[in-house]
Design a protein. Sequence first.
Length: 227
Amino acid sequence: MSDLYDTHEQGERVKSWLRENGSAIVMGLVLAFGLMFGFKQWQAWETSKRQQASAEYQVLAKLVKEDNMDAAVSNYEVLKTKYPKSAYASMAALMMAKARVFSGQFDLASRDLEFAMQHAQPAPVKVIARARLARLKLSEGDADAALKLLDGAPSEIGFEAQFAEIRGDIYLAKGETELAIDSYQAALGALEEGVGNRQLLNIKLEALGAIAAETADVDADAGGGDV
C-alpha cells in the first residue's frame, strides 16, 4: 500500500512540475525543432550552392579547353560574383590565369591570380596563386614586385622548395649570383625524394658554375677518405 501511495505521490509531483514548467518545455522543443529544421535547410542550401558552382566550373573548363575564352568569361564572372569563397571559384581563377598568360593577357592573368590569393579555398591554393603571380611578375621584368610577393607570404609550409627556386630565379634576374646559388641549393635541400624537378635545379646551378650542396658534401667526404 505504501508503494502505491509513493507512486501516486510521485505522479502528482510530476503533474505539478509539468504545470509549472510546461510552457518552458514546449518552448524548448519548438526551439530545438526549429534549429534542427533550420540546420537542415542550411545544409540543403549549401549543397545546392556547391552543385551550382560545380556546374558553372564544368562549363568553364570545357569552354577554356575549346579556347572559347569570350564565352568562358561569363561563367567565370558568375563563379566570382556568386560563389567567391567556393573552391570552384579559386580553381577557375587559376585556370583563367593560365589561359590568359598563353594568350598574352598578362594584366588580366594578374587580376585572376590576385583574386585567388584573396579568396581561394583551401588555403594552400592561395600559396600556389602567390607563387604563380610572382613568376608572372618576374616574366614581365618586375623582379622587385616578384620578390615582395614571396616575402609577403603568410606561410611557405609545403612550398619551401618552390619558393626557394623562384627566389633563385629572381636573384639571377637581378644579377645577384651568390644569392641565386644559395636559393637554388636551398630549393634542392627542401625537395622531397621523387618530388620536383631536381635535374633542372642542378642545371641552373651548373650554369652558374656551382654544384648542389649535397654533391659538394659527397665530394668532401670522398676527399677526406683519401687522406
